[in-house]
Design a protein around this ligand. Structure first.
Ligand code: RFL
Ligand code: PHB
Length: 391
């Protein structure tokens, strides 16, 4: 088989890149190791920056997002149960964020690919990338037990944090930066009305908690847990009791409880692989960088990478221009590192570190108090939360 761009991974990065290339008249094939059912069931991000919504619109896949997405004009911090609402508008920030699950974006993109007769190749195993330093790269894989090959002009590595693409960059040219946090997030989904109208990020002496949502009837809640803790340690009753303690009694509505329909634990990590390009391989999304979920930046960064990469590839096929391809890595990384900084900062500010002494907690509380009283500090937080510039 031959195509113009071979894309490894059918997460939001790979699916959206394929869609944008299609809109620009460029052919691609998406290779995904998992089944469609698995990919469509994965529950992850929920907060979209305006730039993300804008690109989904340009890709022609935003109709359901506009029907079902919830517009949020602010975000709330909670400090030992005391709420601190931060409204974007009064701070002079015109942008809003939209709550729409990553699961739904993935579904919309797969449906659109199926409708145009070019679905991702699911259950493509043993994907390997070859001849990336030549102008005739190719990708091999196994499908239904048969070895297969795709010849292409470029390869996009969109295979997430456990992917193989980044290993194709020779180790002497590749740098990896990492910070591992000594805790994870236990997340649940439940069909109960959200306890607050805005997302609440709660710093509590017992640990961090987050109240988010997917719809007026479906809540997405998290609590910080230790790395040694297991799902079995957290029956629903224990989760609700701990969550209520960490949020405190001041949310708009009392916390409604119900059976969890999903429950999982994710460790928190920051990492960046540089460069994001080698020869004809381009990395995008979690394949190149991970942020802890505290700033809600992971999916949005995957989308901004894809914006830069799709524009560069479009210019190449339209005019033979290579400037965009050549500057892709530096341009993407400049934005990535600012989001890494914000995500690391918010994580450090709001979580309970197991080895922290009372001094550290006092400093966290002083900073939160400062944010509460400072328009400048709130503006910095809000500006980063709604997403930094895309150029
Ligand atoms: P994905 O979504 O991981 O997709 C990668 C795809 O590649 C496939 N794959 C392979 N395919 C073929 N061959 C191989 N060798 C392969 N290896 C892997 C995988 O099966 C998969 O289908 O990466 P992508 O597309 O870069 O998207 C990134 C986002 O998924 C991620 O950044 C966000 O989910 C992070 N995130 C959040 N981001 C936000 O912007 N806002 C949020 O509110 C937010 N909340 C979150 C989050 C992530 C979380 N977890 C579980 C880590 C909340 C949580 C709890
Ligand atoms: C979510 O709704 O899943 C969510 C919201 C905000 C975050 C992370 C996750 O920072």
């Amino acid at each position: 088989m031959r195509t113009q761009v071979a894309i490894v991974g059918a997460g939001p990065a790979g699916l959206l890149l394929s869609r944008l290339l299609h809109v620009a008249g460029i052919e691609s094939v998406v290779l995904e190791q998992r089944s469609r059912l698995y990919v469509e069931a994965r529950i992850r991000a929920g907060v979209l920056e305006p730039g993300t919504v804008d690109l989904l619109e340009r890709a022609g896949v935003a109709a359901r997002l506009h029907r079902e997405g919830l517009i949020h004009r602010g975000v709330t911090l909670a400090v030992d149960g005391v709420l601190l609402p931060i409204e974007f508008g009064p701070l002079g920030i015109g942008a809003n964020v939209t709550i729409y699950g990553q699961t739904e974006i993935t579904r919309d993109l797969i449906d659109a690919a199926v409708a145009r007769g070019a679905p991702p190749l699911f259950e493509a195993l043993d994907v390997a990338i070859h001849a990336i330093e030549s102008d005739r790269p190719f990708v091999t894989y196994t499908k239904d037990g048969e070895p297969r090959r795709i010849d292409c002009d470029f390869v996009a590595g969109c295979d997430g944090q456990h992917g193989v693409s980044h290993t194709v960059i020779p180790s002497h040219l590749r740098r990896h930066f990492e910070r591992v946090y000594p805790f994870g997030w236990l997340g649940i989904m439940a069909d109960v009305p959200p306890c607050h109208d805005e997302i609440v990020y709660s710093s509590h002496a017992r640990g961090f908690a987050l109240a988010s949502m997917r719809s007026p009837k479906r809540s997405r809640y998290y609590v910080q847990v230790g790395l040694d803790e297991k799902i079995e340690d957290w029956p629903d009753d224990r989760f609700w009791a701990e969550f209520a303690m960490r949020l405190g009694p001041n949310t708009a509505r009392p916390i409604a409880t119900g059976p969890s329909i999903e429950k999982s634990i994710a460790p928190l990590r920051s990492s960046v692989t540089e460069p994001m390009r080698h020869g004809r391989l381009f990395l995008a999304g979690d394949a190149a960088h991970i942020v802890p979920p505290t700033g809600a930046k992971g999916l949005n960064l995957a989308v901004s990478d894809v914006r830069f990469l799709s524009e560069a590839l479009t210019a190449f096929y339209r005019d033979g221009a290579t400037a965009g391809l050549d500057s892709y890595s530096a341009k993407a990384l400049a934005r990535v590192w600012k989001a890494e900084r914000f995500s690391w900062w918010l994580t450090s500010l709001l979580h309970r570190f197991p080895d922290a002494d009372p001094f550290t907690r006092k400093v966290q509380l002083a900073e939160l108090d400062y944010i509460g009283g400072s328009r400048a500090a709130q503006t910095v937080l809000a500006e980063n939360y709604v997403g930094l510039a895309l150029d």
